[in-house]
Design a protein around this ligand. Sequence first.
Ligand code: TK8
Length: 337
Amino acid sequence: MRRPLIAVLTAAVLCSPLATLTAHADEVRSRMIRFGYGLNENSNQGRAAKLFAEEVAKASAGKLKMRTFAAASLGSDDQMQSALIGGAQEMMVGSTATLVGITKEMAVWDTPFLFTREQQADAVLDGPVGRQVMDKLEEKGLVGLVYWENGFRNMTNNVRPITKLEDFSGIKLRVMQNPVFLDTFKQMGANAVPLPFSELFTALETKAVDGQENPYNTILSSKFYEVQKYLTVTNHVYSPWIVTASKRWWDGLSQTEQKILLDAAKTARDFERQDTRAEASKALALLKDSGMQVNEISADEVQRMREQAKPAIQKVIDTVGQPLFDQVQAELAKTSN
Ligand code: TK8
């Protein structure tokens, strides 16, 4: 039987690229999204991941189903990044520092002592230069959505309290798999060993390494206080987390779906930063209560560490290029201290 001409024409219009595009743009399909992260469910990262998933469900009337996977159950940061690039996993949150091997510009956030206050980090990361660095991920198969806060990093170890530069000497210190961190701590005199976060607790417990460095929140949520005696308040670097998506997958989403995810990631970011700061302000007391011996270092010693870190800063500049480094400094100068 021949179809009436009108039906043929209607079908042709509906199937034309333009019609497909407009119909597709605000379509929200039923999808499963695997969102992986490295910390425990009961952590600042876990709480924000949970809120993120809830927001996505709410905004999509339950169509976008985000399943969260804690404690590196989908793999370490590096492994998840590869899965995203290959399209085997949809989304994750992890440290920018673990992305440097993929997008070298990310190393700019590893500059020792770059920020002194969280609000400076917010302004620079959420501003144009933060966006520019994030957008560099696209050519590598990743899409950056927003930066969350990991926080200012502090040292823990089992050998001795760090009161001066020389105290780093010989400490077998786990660092992230990142050349700037490796260099910075070698400069300080430590025996720096790169290791994924997912292997860290066991490495500390079995004394394969003597120490590590992470924000208070992580020392608390990962129970490092059970296997570490000394905590030194060094605040040597501010560490961002970044929410990323597989570009291969992201490009197949409608504009509406992308907007739902981006908006929810921002809501979760705002919650996460507040939650992290509130927890950090109480964490030190909790860590002391759990038996950690906490010490601060004098301003003079911090100055010596800054001096000692200079070659590592030069390495950041060599890695990311002087223009980007200068741009970050210029954005930083615009923030009020
Ligand atoms: C979690 C890590 C962690 C980071 C580290 O997957 O490795 O020490 O601080 O937050 O990205």
